[in-house]
Design a protein around this ligand. Structure first.
Ligand code: NAG
Ligand code: NAG
Ligand code: NAG
Ligand code: NAG
Ligand code: NAG
Length: 347
């Protein structure tokens, strides 16, 4: 899809009431080959460990200490080791950018595609104790991630010249993957009898308010991933119809927001369908276990001696633990995502 049709255009001109955004000088259609920076938000599926991050939770800062200087951001390093992600190895955003995927420490500044990752493990979309309470006082919700980015991340990247204001519409892809904690927490907190669609509506309304704020900063290209098949997890909290309802509501909001922002690109990757397909034909991908996980997944020597714990090599498991995919699973869907991004690229 290139551009939505005429009706959304007419609607957009009638409904645009917000102040004129800080437009980038050049807005180009999305193009993966010319994308030089990825800015990421989300939860543990997207979090990468930083040397100045909260251990096991973030690249930089937390909710109790959200501030950082440009110097602190630009000298921070991505940590790649067993605990550098929530997957026991490189995750999708590191593999997609090839930034921080290699064992050890990586400065994003040295990557051909720089990864600036503000995702926080355990994040929900809203920070609202009566809706989805913070997992910890230090948890940075998606709402707080965007506030942190507006106050510190965007100024640091822009004022240092790492990202030029005039290039935000051409060189930068903003990735948001959120909802895994939301759907699980809402299921636990509200009970099985709750009416979930209005709750999922509230989550997506907020997500796209936040996207609007990023648009107002000048960013134009946005990647979204829908929920993976959580209903096929080792101990699912949700069923397939809840996951598809959540994903349908995400798609409605994404389509609507795209129709209202003709100079922006909304790229919605259907990771749910990709991963359901992998589960259906798991042997083809070298998996031998797609229902359970290795209970010793976090033992320091699990990657070299899984047999000691009665486990197969981690690459043979689809699930890393009760709530996360393995690094191998991330590798598989990232290959599809890369094809998707190339297919959606325009010169
Ligand atoms: C990963 O690296 C970080 C930072 O160097 C370190 O604190 C952590 O203990 C390491 N984790 C493992 C499992 O080696
Ligand atoms: C899934 O769970 C929802 C919420 O509890 C329930 O209303 C629905 O009937 C369930 N669907 C299936 C197919 O089990
Ligand atoms: C859900 O609804 C059923 C049928 O009305 C009822 O028996 C059950 O107690 C309810 N469960 C909860 C957790 O409210
Ligand atoms: C998958 O791994 C779990 C945990 O070790 C184990 O209980 C289960 O039997 C395994 N399933 C298969 C098909 O090997
Ligand atoms: C990080 O997670 C690992 C694996 O679960 C755990 O062993 C370690 O203690 C955690 N580190 C901190 C600082 O909590």
């Amino acid at each position: 899809m290139l551009l939505p049709l005429l009706l959304p255009l007419a609607l957009a001109s009638l409904t645009t009431t917000s102040p004129a955004p800080l437009a980038p000088k050049t807005v180009h259609p999305f193009n993966w080959a010319s994308t030089k920076h990825l800015i990421a938000f989300g939860d543990s599926y997207t979090f990468v460990q930083g040397t100045t991050g909260h251990p096991n939770y973030s690249f930089i800062g937390d909710n109790l200490a959200p501030a950082f200087t440009p110097q602190q951001l630009l000298s921070n390093r991505i940590v790649q080791n067993l605990t550098g992600t929530a997957e026991g190895g490189p995750n999708w955003i590191e593999l997609l950018t090839n930034c921080g995927a290699r064992e050890g420490l990586t400065s994003p500044l040295r990557c051909a595609r720089q990864l600036w990752d503000f995702a926080y493990a355990g994040a929900n979309t809203l920070e609202d104790a009566s809706f989805t309470p913070l997992h910890h006082a230090h948890t940075v919700s998606l709402t707080a991630q965007i506030a942190q980015f507006k106050s510190y991340g965007d100024p640091a990247l822009t004022q240092s010249g790492v990202i030029r204001q005039g290039k935000k519409g051409s060189d930068v892809l903003v990735a948001l993957w959120i909802g895994i904690n939301d759907i699980n927490d809402l299921a636990s907190l509200r009970g099985r009898n709750a009416t979930f669609a209005p709750l999922y509506e509230r989550v997506q309304s907020r997500q796209f308010e936040l996207v609007e704020q990023l648009y107002d900063l000048g960013y134009r290209h946005f990647l979204f991933l829908n929920l993976p098949p959580l209903d096929r997890g080792p101990s699912p909290n949700v069923n397939a119809s809840m996951v598809s309802t959540f994903n349908d509501i995400l798609k409605e909001h994404a389509d609507e927001w795209q129709a209202q922002h003709m100079d922006a690109s909304v790229l919605l990757f259907d990771v749910n369908t990709v991963l359901n397909g992998v589960l259906d034909e798991y042997e083809k991908y070298g998996f031998t276990n797609v229902t359970g996980y290795c209970a010793a997944y976090n033992q320091p020597d699990i990657r070299t001696d899984p047999g000691k714990y009665g486990c197969k090599p981690l690459r043979e498991y689809f699930w890393y633990n009760s709530g996360h995919l393995t690094s191998r699973t991330h590798e598989i869907f990232t290959a599809s995502l890369l094809e998707f991004l190339k297919g959606r690229s325009r010169a």
